[in-house]
Design a protein around this ligand. Structure first.
Ligand SMILES: Nc1ncnc2c1ncn2[C@@H]1O[C@H](COP(=O)(O)OP(=O)(O)OP(=O)(O)O)[C@@H](O)[C@H]1O
Length: 199
């Protein structure tokens, strides 16, 4: 279980409070008006932002004292940080490990309709293609907690549905615990097990 207990985050002018738990293997969508603290929550869980008080525990163990790289967390970044001097394929190979990883990347790329983009440098991809590469990479990483901040924002409605289903199926098949920030009600219905509204 991922437990966020009486967590308080203090930024310059705002105090943000969170208290909820997500069962292992569950997908929770997170909604709330702009500025309510959705991105900040993910940043605290991943270790990019500090907590003021309270705790975040995973399987009973606090994450807050752990370094970013020691946390069991895979997070999708808005800027999709890909190395521009490597092909997309090389970028994915670089970040992912595992026996059958090449096959898993190829299968995922085919479903997400980005198989033809794998040999290109990232700068030749559209925003939506980069976003699907980032989704693929984030879900195929081994960490059990997956944090997705507006992962489908740049996708058209058809591609979005394909990505919705791929994320849900992949997360369930690999028992990921997922926090998915979204402004779209369709993502809530199609991907999530339950919805957390902040604010
Ligand atoms: N580094 C920072 N320093 C000070 N205040 C910040 C910082 N980052 C965010 N904030 C403030 O904290 C609040 C929460 O921001 P956050 O980005 O988490 O909101 P959000 O719910 O993700 O918003 P959106 O839906 O617009 O992405 C906002 O009021 C924002 O202005």
């Amino acid at each position: 279980m991922l437990k966020v207990s009486q967590l308080q985050v203090r930024l310059k002018k705002v105090v943000l409070d969170y208290d909820f738990s997500v069962k292992t293997g569950e997908i929770v969508t997170i909604q709330g008006r702009s500025g309510v603290g959705k991105t900040t929550l993910l940043n605290v869980i991943a270790g990019f932002e500090k907590a003021y008080s309270g705790d975040v525990t995973w399987q009973g163990e606090s994450l807050l004292h752990k370094k970013v790289t020691q946390r069991p967390v895979s997070m999708l970044f808005q800027e999709h940080n890909l190395f521009e001097h490597l092909s997309v394929w090389q970028n994915l190979q670089f970040g992912l490990q595992g026996e059958d990883i090449s096959e898993r990347i190829k299968q995922a790329a085919a479903v997400l309709e980005i198989a033809e983009q794998l040999d290109k440098p990232p700068m030749q991809l559209s925003g939506g293609q980069r976003q699907r590469i980032a989704i693929l990479r984030t879900l195929l990483r081994p960490e059990p907690i997956v944090l997705l901040d507006e992962p489908f924002a740049e996708l058209d409605s058809t591609t979005r549905l394909i990505a919705n289903d791929w994320v849900r199926e992949t997360a369930k098949a690999t028992n990921k615990t997922v926090l998915l920030v979204t402004h779209q009600d369709e993502d809530v219905e199609r991907v999530g097990d339950w919805n957390l509204v902040l604010g």
